[in-house]
Design a protein. Structure first.
Ligand code: PEP
Ligand code: MG
Length: 349
């Protein structure tokens, strides 16, 4: 779903086909979550009109390119884009994002039939950094396991994969995989403004161990005479109720980015992939909103800047709330950048 959104493709998930739809015309209504099979002419005409209106709205949004993300009373926020591949950079630039707030690097691993080499990764990260010409590019280290499986990792079947061996837990136990990625990232840092972000962090010791490994990688590359950026920001995703230790985590890193997709799943104990639980899934749940405020406050107390990179960041019914909470950045799919900018520019706090 995240990828379809990045590519601006209307998509429906969890549709139950009760009739044979093969070869029939259908309307995909991504706004309402509906598939209308064999629509009568009147419905077809209504949707053609809706589509034309939508295109006109998109055309008007183009006028917001080059404008600031600033409220009517002068509060500014950074608006970055989420990407899943090097090719997505084109739409980041076309939609005038201020940077990349989440590069889901696991797609390099998912698209490959074997572990991507340091050189392959370096080329990909360098290309993104260079294309963004000095704008910030936050690359998230490998986040596989659970809903993102890769055969050659040969991961054991687990009864409870979402709570299992995934993301940073793989990186901290299979260090050769982690080190290859970190070497590629530090090498690429010389060609732009790269920041590194670590997923699924729940404990302070994990961050301390990550920082120790990063220091070693830097020293190793320096000894080899490899050029690197002087400063590479290190940040973590806050995407579990370990929000409760965010005050301690903030002392260790430069930034937080909230993964609201997982944070909602873990806080409400709702499998984000189970359509049967839709009625119980509430991304505006007060528990989530309270946690968001706590993350901003604790992050700022510890000197971090704080953003959101989960899908909720693009929910324009909450833009005003996020601004009031004090978020410094929102990272959304490229196709949502201008819509969120419009919302920010119409807001008075
Ligand atoms: C999240 O959990 O909100 C997030 C951005 O990460 P992903 O969707 O890739 O798990
Ligand atoms: Mg996540």
């Amino acid at each position: 779903a995240s990828l379809a959104r990045t590519m601006n493709i209307p998509a429906l998930i969890g549709i139950d086909f009760s009739e044979d739809v093969d070869g029939k015309m259908g309307i995909v209504d991504g706004y309402e979550g509906k598939l209308i099979v064999d629509p009568p002419v009147s419905v077809l005409e209504t949707y053609q009109k809706k589509k034309a209106e939508d295109e006109e709205k998109k055309r008007l949004l183009q006028e917001l390119k080059g404008k600031e993300n600033i409220t009517l009373d002068g509060t500014k926020i950074n608006l970055y884009a989420n990407i899943g591949s090097v090719a997505d950079v084109a739409s980041v630039l076309a939609n005038d994002a201020g940077g990349i707030g989440l590069f889901r690097s696991e797609f390099l691993y998912l698209e490959s039939s074997d572990y991507p080499t340091e050189e392959e990764q370096f080329q990909a990260y360098r290309k993104v950094a260079e294309s963004m010409a000095g704008k910030k590019v936050i690359i998230r280290t490998l986040d596989i396991g659970a809903d993102k499986q890769v055969d050659y990792f040969d991961l054991d079947k687990e009864d409870n994969p979402a709570m299992g061996y995934r993301a940073i837990r793989i990186c901290l136990t299979r260090k050769e995989i982690f080190k290859t990625q970190l070497r590629a990232l530090y090498r690429a840092s010389y060609y732009g403004t790269i920041a590194i972000m670590f997923p699924m962090i729940t404990s302070v010791w994990e961050v301390q161990e990550i920082k120790r490994i990063c220091r070693n990688i830097r020293a190793e590359l320096a000894e080899e005479g490899v050029p690197m950026a002087d400063k590479v920001e290190l940040g973590i995703m806050i995407e579990t109720p370990a929000v409760m230790v965010s005050e301690d985590l903030a002392k260790e890193v430069d930034f937080f980015s909230v993964g609201t997709n997982d944070l909602t799943q873990y806080t409400l104990a709702i499998d984000r992939q189970n359509p049967k639980l839709d009625a119980f899934y509430n991304s505006h749940h007060p528990a989530i909103l309270k946690m968001l405020q706590m993350i901003v406050d604790n992050g700022h107390k510890g000197g971090c800047w704080v953003g959101i990179c989960g899908e909720l960041g693009a929910d324009t019914t909450l833009t005003e709330t996020f601004l009031k909470m004090g978020f410094d950045e929102l990272s959304v799919s490229p196709s949502m950048i201008l819509k969120v900018r419009q919302k920010i520019r119409e807001t008075r706090l």
